[in-house]
Design a protein. Structure first.
Length: 150
């Protein structure tokens, strides 16, 4: 049974993690560091979608407390990172949301665990998933290279 109905969201997040593994920390939703920002998978799903984070402070070490979730014809509303990520993945029923949350957002998960879970939850073979992530990472790498002045 497919529980992730928008695999492009997780493919974008995984591509970013593959390009910048130092920016992945599964134990935090999002955290400011001296070198940028670290996110867990849910945080990268939100970041890849362009959602704005609300932080506990402006300091290094600050943790994300929410993301601003856009709503039609209304101002964006603060939402927990996990809820926004589940919505972006298209996990709609409470059973789907519980399964996706426990399979993808646990603090002790390795990247291999995440690939296996995404494969199962999205109904995509793991080799195909890894190929899609690699293709997307190559696109992101080219875009990053184009932004850097020579």
């Amino acid at each position: 049974m497919t529980m992730i109905h928008n695999p492009a969201s997780v493919i974008d997040a995984l591509a970013h993690i593959e390009l910048h593994p130092e920016s992945h920390e599964q134990a935090v939703w999002a955290q400011r560091t001296a070198c940028g920002t670290r996110h867990c998978l849910a945080g990268w799903i939100c970041a890849a979608a362009g959602l704005e984070f609300r932080w506990s402070s402006c300091n290094v070490g600050a943790m994300a407390i929410a993301v601003l979730w856009p709503r039609p014809e209304q101002p964006p509303t603060p939402a927990p990172v996990s809820h926004a990520a589940l919505d972006l993945l298209g996990a709609s029923t409470s059973e789907d949301r519980d399964e996706v949350y426990s399979s993808l957002f646990g603090s002790d998960l390795t990247l291999d665990d995440i690939y296996a879970a995404v494969s199962r939850l999205a109904g995509i073979g793991e080799p195909e998933l890894r190929e899609q992530v690699a293709d997307r990472a190559a696109e992101l790498r080219a875009a990053e290279a184009a932004e850097v002045p020579a």
